[in-house]
Design a protein around this ligand. Structure first.
Ligand code: CA
Length: 406
């Protein structure tokens, strides 16, 4: 099957452009042997390459390209399949866009095409090429420094070590993980996540129960979270709890139950955030909306959890808007290397900004992910990069410190 990979990258500081010609020639021997063709463009700062050929060969060559130290900030823009090569000439010419006038440069590139159809047809690969050549979309090129330019350091004065307390019940307890604003060194909220004692996942634990009992157990478990929070001394911090959407909709007087448990433990509704996933929220939308109204009227905030991983996301958002959105960790993973993930997060940020919804990136594990997201305008993060989730106690936070370059 003929596959296509397109990426862009940034030339490394210590690479002289004139050495690149030889480099391209050398690479061509490999490309030719594997029947990979395409085009490599350079605009003085960035590379843009279209690789076309048999899937395995394209992947193998692309993996080698990803490891090449002569460029960095490599972002994969497209991975797709096509009926024919767009650039089928043997080898891969290095094409320096600066050698052409603005008016003719696109045509000069397109003239390299070998497709029997016009290369200006409505083809995603060629639209990417056009955008790069015409430099019409540069605002999304965040040049993030290498991952090791930051250190993540635990400051025990800011987050004192807390004692580990007794598990909430015999069947389950809770782990805590902070949501932080790393650059202003603030803990935005502490999320409490249920952990069954058996080691099973929460969904497996719930799956073993009749439906109504499951919603009841889910809701009632929250009184243990509030009690643990009190015992751990979270003081004025915000506390995030997870609820199945239907627990709010189906259990009678669910919101009243939460409010009583909040008060009984010396907390106030304004410091509580309820996180619900998109999934299942629309199956009984009227009851769910009624519960949300009551929740909001009491002062409790609402966050959509794992945004983007479910099926209801955008429809749900047209019906009511939460205070916060947590972007699912699957979208966050390796976002610094993925054009599609970057485009999706930028769209989420745009509509959240229009709707005044706070955005949290969850599952942040790498410095590069965090740096890209900061560049894009995300301020609130959760993930093992900063703090793990810890059972029956509050974790300490490793705050980022920029390493001085001497
Ligand atoms: Ca959650």
């Amino acid at each position: 099957m003929l596959s296509t990979i397109i990426y862009r990258s940034h030339i490394s500081d210590d690479v002289a452009f004139k050495t690149l010609g030889n480099l391209a020639e050398k690479a061509n021997q490999t490309n030719e042997a594997h029947s990979v063709t395409g085009i490599l463009l350079f605009n003085g700062t960035h590379f843009f390459q279209v690789l076309e050929g048999p899937e395995e060969a394209v992947l193998a060559i692309y993996e080698g390209i990803c490891r090449d130290p002569r460029h960095h900030n490599l972002v994969e823009l497209m991975r797709d399949y096509a009926p024919a090569r767009r650039f089928g000439n043997v080898g891969m010419e290095l094409f320096d866009l600066r050698e052409y006038d603005r008016e003719i440069v696109l045509q000069a590139v397109l003239d390299k095409g070998t497709s029997k159809y016009q290369l200006t047809y409505d083809d995603r690969a060629l639209q990417f090429l056009r955008v790069f050549v015409e430099a019409t979309e540069r605002e999304n090129y965040f040049e993030i420094p290498p991952g090791d330019s930051w250190e993540f350091i635990v400051d025990n004065e800011e987050t004192p070590v807390r004692p580990t307390i007794r598990p909430a019940t015999d069947e389950y307890s809770f782990a805590f993980q902070p949501i932080i604003d790393p650059l202003s060194r603030q803990i935005v909220s502490l999320e409490a996540v249920m952990r069954p004692t058996s080691g099973a996942s929460v969904s497996d634990y719930f799956a073993g129960m009749p439906r109504n009992e499951m919603y009841e157990v889910d809701l009632k478990s929250k009184q243990h979270v509030f009690a643990m929070a009190k015992q751990l001394g979270i003081d004025g911090l915000t506390l995030s709890i997870n609820l199945l959407p239907m627990s709010l909709a189906i259990v009678p007087d669910a919101v009243d139950f939460l409010l009583q448990a909040i008060e009984a433990n010396g907390l106030v509704p304004e410091q509580i955030v309820v996180e619900v996933t998109e999934n299942g929220a629309l199956s009984r939308v009227d009851e769910f909306e009624a519960a949300i109204k009551k929740l909001k009227a009491s002062g409790i905030s609402l966050a959509i959890d794992g945004f983007g991983a479910g099926s209801a996301g955008l429809v749900l958002l047209t019906q009511f808007q939460p205070d916060k959105i947590k972007i699912d960790g699957n979208i966050i993973a390796d976002i610094h290397k993925s054009g599609p993930k970057q485009a999706i997060v930028q769209a989420i940020l745009k509509f959240c900004s229009s709707l005044q919804i706070a955005v949290i990136a969850e599952g942040v594990n790498k410095p590069e992910e965090w740096m890209w997201l900061e560049s894009a305008g995300v301020c609130n993060f959760q993930g093992a990069l900063f703090a793990p989730s810890t059972l029956n106690t509050l974790p300490v936070v490793a705050w980022p410190e920029k390493l001085e370059v001497f």
